[in-house]
Design a binder for this molecule. Sequence first.
Ligand SMILES: CC1(C)Nc2nc(N)[nH]c(=O)c2N=C1O
Length: 161
Amino acid sequence: KEHVYIGLGSNLGQSTDLLNSAVDAIGNLADTRVLKKSSLYISAPMGPQDQPDFINSVCLIETALSPHPLLAQLQQIENSYGRERKGKRWGPRTLDLDVLLYGNQEVNTDDLTIPHYGMAEREFVLVPLFEIAPNMIMPDGNPLSQWVAKCSLEGLKRIRA
Ligand SMILES: CC1(C)Nc2nc(N)[nH]c(=O)c2N=C1O
């Protein structure tokens, strides 16, 4: 079994309820259990601003699923929540599930990159991750605390759970 950190995001629908039930769905995957989950955080969209604010969180799971089977299961959970297509082109998402870290493993395939490529620039990932793994040493050898210290942080608000 491996310790895997999953990033969750949503900016469409009842995002807080969505994220909470998505963590439950992840915990119901075969040979998988949720060990920790962060608070929910709200932040303005990074990238295209013409969409609603995002709700984000991070959870730590222990799983026997290897990376690609886990990815397939997470995509099934995304589809089960995100099926209502608003007919718009690539717009806001009901649910994004990203594999951030999978033990100390690296994966570089066209459909899966671990550690998640954008982690270092995403305070909406780093802050919830720091909440549940304050002593983490990042893949580049730096302590996570150093990364979080660099984040602006004014853009991120913790939601009273
Ligand atoms: C569009 C893009 C890059 N921006 C985001 N911005 C925020 N704040 N949170 C996200 O989860 C998120 N996800 C994305 O995919």
